[in-house]
Design a protein around this ligand. Structure first.
Ligand code: MN
Length: 636
């Protein structure tokens, strides 16, 4: 708030000159003012002190001894502010005076209160979070730590108003609050950078402390009692705080997630919680459309193709819409060394990254590039705490209101990722309370897997929410799940019919039953189910028929998908060993203890598969791993 200079009423030699936005609140009876005569009438003259401030010099105040002409610059004394607001003046003797400039003294309105002040004049002090040039006015999206409100400033149609003001500046905006078709905004009469260093620092620090307060995560009781999960609460709270802060700073958020059921189960609740928080804190309608992007990654890591896409969209949004570069959230992906090249791309632009994943992490490779890294392996836990379980808590910390709609989601995620945690029983009980038994949860998972396959690079916002069952339309959800899971099961059965006669089985030295299938030769290609789901379905069939321990490998010309039950496979370690053993095999890949995939160069396939099988024959038997409810996809 700008203070008016100290009162100088006692000093008759001071004459005040009012800034153009001054109002009656800036006046003091008895003070002298510079004014312009803007009308002469029979009984006196009207004088103007500022565009919105005029009053009368009645002839009785000077016994008709003074004469006025329109346009005269005069000095007047304010005699009285009448109850009806009229101002009465007298001419003043202005020989030898000193002029003092008077700024309008204003009350700063927090942006969170602007929507309640429709039609009123307001002054706000805020950071510029986006400068968007429209075909009409320039829109400055203002953020003050409580809310984000656009201020429209008009120079000429399509012409950038105030080119001196840019992203990150602290500004004072004066104007009127207006409700339009696309939400509430300030029609700015005045936009100016707060240049005085002391005032700017004061405003920044006030915004900083409000941001700290409003971005703090909501404290929630975890959905189930599970000490291993509870260990992740402090770091999930930090992630929730960073995401809420990005929203309040008007920084876009890109959610990248693995395009499988657990990845979707994790990402969608976070997206929905953020959507609610954006709606709550932004007065522009539909702000979440440009604030939030959710994009699936087909690869089990953040590949260079994905990051190139994300960066080029972000740079285009910055160039065309004046947006800030985004905050990137990696979900059910992002913990491995293979993510590093993509992270280095982001690093070149200073784009921050947070990761929530449950795949075997390469902590040393990844952590230099990520602001927060949530992964159960960092606490000595493993994949059994799925990303969907972690993100259910994260979503609730962002907005607890999502809780009821997502209570079944961790069960869907846990079944899809074959979590064998004892706590699955608690998650299944939560789902049961929402009317979903284990089969229903599996059907949702299958429907998501099927939808994700056809959506490819598209997040499927809206449709995926209905399939997951987090929207209000339960009937549509049930219809969709029934349809998609039936189609998925039909296609999987068709795939099994074609593939099973070609599965080769042998028993390894450690007693593991190993199944292998050339999915390139003996499975339908370029249609659902993809090699990962195909291999999983074969694996489940074998586990159902024979019990464990079992390993299934579905391989193509340059890749292999691995599934295991009752065996401790350390896939990242196997990848290292294969590369040590086989020069020029180019093996890469990863996964968690029971699911993984590797890539290699086609010319080394035989050697890689032979060496892989030797590694598997030496793996440790561990009956606690996997064997969680294999699926059969039987005809109903
Ligand atoms: Mn997962």
């Amino acid at each position: 708030m700008t203070e008016a200079p100290a009162s100088t009423t006692d000093d008759p030699t001071v004459v005040k000159r009012l800034a153009p936005d001054c109002t009656a609140s800036d006046l003091e009876e008895g003070s002298l003012y510079h004014a312009t005569v803007d009308g002469v009438v029979r009984y006196g003259a009207f004088v103007q002190l500022a565009p919105d401030l005029s009053g009368l010099v009645h002839e009785s105040t000077h016994d008709g001894e003074r004469s006025f002409e329109e346009g005269d610059e005069v000095v007047v004394e304010l005699l009285e502010i009448k109850e009806n607001g009229d101002l009465s003046f007298a001419p003043a003797d202005a020989a030898g005076f000193e002029t003092v400039e008077v700024e309008h003294a204003y009350e700063v309105t927090p942006l969170a209160d602007v929507a309640d002040r429709e039609g009123e004049a307001v002054h706000v002090e805020a950071l510029v979070g986006q400068v968007k040039q429209t075909g009409g006015p320039t829109l400055f999206h203002l953020a003050d730590g409580t809310s984000v409100v656009p201020a429209a400033s008009f120079e000429a149609a399509g012409v950038r108003a105030h080119p001196e003001i840019g992203l990150g500046d602290v500004v004072h905006v004066a104007g009127h609050v207006d409700r339009r078709d696309d939400g509430v905004q300030i029609e700015a009469d005045r936009v100016e950078a707060i240049e005085d260093e002391e005032s700017a620092a004061e405003v920044r620090s006030a915004i900083g402390s409000r941001l700290g307060e409003h971005s703090a995560a909501n404290e929630v009781e975890p959905l189930i009692e599970w000490p291993a999960l509870a260990e992740h609460v402090p770091e999930l709270e930090r992630v929730a705080g960073l995401l809420r802060r990005a929203v309040l700073e008007h920084r876009p958020i890109v959610i990248r997630h693995h395009a499988d059921t657990d990845g979707i189960c994790a990402a969608v609740p976070v997206e929905r919680a953020l959507e609610r928080f954006v709606e709550e804190t932004h007065t522009a309608d539909g702000a979440s459309d440009f604030m939030l992007k959710r994009r699936p990654s087909r690869a089990p890591f953040y590949d260079v193709e994905d990051v190139t896409r994300d960066l080029s969209f972000a740079l285009e949004d910055r160039a065309r819409h004046g947006q800030q570069l985004p905050l990137l959230v990696m979900i059910d992906n992002g913990s491995t060394e293979e993510d590093v090249p993509a992270y280095r791309h982001l690093d070149a632009y200073g784009v921050p990254v947070v990761v929530i994943d449950h795949h075997h992490p390469d902590v040393e490779a990844v952590e230099p590039y990520v602001t927060e890294h949530v992964n159960p392996y960092r606490h000595g836990d493993d994949y059994r705490i799925t990303t969907g379980m972690l993100c259910a808590e994260l979503a609730r910390m962002i907005d607890p209101e999502v809780t009821e709609s997502i209570k079944h989601v961790p069960a869907v995620a846990g079944l899809a990722d074959r979590s064998s945690a004892d706590e699955m029983a608690d998650y299944l009980a939560l789902a049961e309370a929402r009317g979903y038994n284990r089969d229903d949860c599996n059907a949702i998972g299958d429907a998501l897997d099927y939808a994700a396959y056809w959506l490819r690079y598209n997040g499927g916002r809206g449709v995926i929410d209905d399939v997951l069952g987090v929207t209000d339309d339960r009937a549509r959800h049930e219809d969709l799940v029934e349809l998609l899971s039936t189609l998925a099961a039909r296609d999987i059965r068709r795939q099994l019919d074609a593939a099973l006669p070609h599965v080769e089985t042998e028993t390894l030295d450690n007693g593991v039953r190993l199944n292998t299938l050339d999915v390139d030769e003996h499975a339908y290609r370029f249609t659902y189910p993809a090699p990962g789901t195909t291999t999983g379905a074969i694996h489940d069939r074998v586990v159902t028929d024979h019990g464990g321990p079992v390993i299934t490998v579905g391989y193509g010309p340059d890749f292999a998908v691995l599934r295991s039950d009752g065996v401790r496979l350390d896939i990242p370690q196997m990848v290292d060993d294969l590369n040590d053993e086989l020069a020029g095999a180019g093996v890469s890949g990863g996964g968690h203890l029971v699911v993984g995939s590797i890539k290699f160069v086609p010319g080394m396939r035989e050697a890689v598969l032979d060496a892989l099988i030797d590694e598997m024959a030496a793996a440790e038997i561990d009956e606690s791993l996997g064997a969680a409810a294999p699926r059969t996809y039987d005809v109903d």
